[in-house]
Design a protein around this ligand. Sequence first.
Ligand code: FPP
Ligand code: MG
Length: 326
Amino acid sequence: MSTESEFDVALRAQMSSIEKALLAAVDSDSELLTEAARHIIEAGGKRTRPQLVVLGSKFGAPYGPGDRIEQQVCIGAVVVELTHVASLYHDDVMDDAAVRRGTPSANARWGNSLAILVGDYLFARASDLVTDLGLDIVRVYSAMFNRLVRGQIAETVGPEAGTDPREHYLQVLADKTAALISTSARVGAMIAGADPTVQDLLGDFGEKFGVVFQLSDDIIDITSDETGKTPGTDLREGVDTLPILLARRSTDPADARLLELLAGDRTDAAVDEALGLLRKHPAIEEARADVAARAEAARRVLDPLPDGPAKQALADLCDVVVTRTA
Ligand code: FPP
Ligand code: MG
């Protein structure tokens, strides 16, 4: 007998209508544009951000299928996923990434120019749809988008001389990833008219969860061959993520070769060798411990929320981040 709860069934139905709306949102009169825009959406993805919009909405007024709140939640979920996917089109150009979600990246398939323009198109569609959610949400969305772009610029430019690279890294994660994740949970709560203190709490949860989510992604970039992306992309691009920052601090003579590789040109051979050394390095365990501690801190933010399946689902997301990093 199935153990799926009423909440899970309703959540699945809601996520499935969001999925349809997501594809409908990028339909255009150009076959090429529609195909290129659908490409990464159809390749899969966890839909974490839409899920956060839906879960955030469960802390406001109750609503059912077809209600105005449900329709607005669907729009909010589409807006955040389109924004996320748009950023991936651009990110893959910047990272010169050949694969995304286990499929050739848009830039690999159509070239950089088209990939950038299709990313712009996805963002244009998100910007159009967000206006249906009212000025308050447009304001939250615009402020988030400013942080998203600034975070990516800060990562590209790197830390300024004399500043702490770890502080810089954490600020990049907060801006390039946590801002959108936090906005997703907050917007869900706003749409459903949740109490402002609950909106703030969910925003705070998203800030903490978003940082740990990206931290975990950065560890997996080193340790896993099953991300649907090319392992070692951060290393290749010269982006110092937490495990690399931790390894750089080492004074152990056994790390001499790794430090030499990190200081040198990132050729394919150097990246492969550094990746092999990093995978066995204690910095990975240290970074994993940081993920576990931060996931726990994110979960604690949820404490004041009423117990129930939505709160549980948010807490479960924290567990998933820890287990996928292990
Ligand atoms: C992934 O980082 C990238 C981001 C989370 C943000 C990218 C943001 C932009 C490119 C700003 C411009 C956006 C738009 C919509 C115009 P990553 O390379 O660490 O993650 P990955 O491993 O998934 O590639
Ligand atoms: Mg990337």
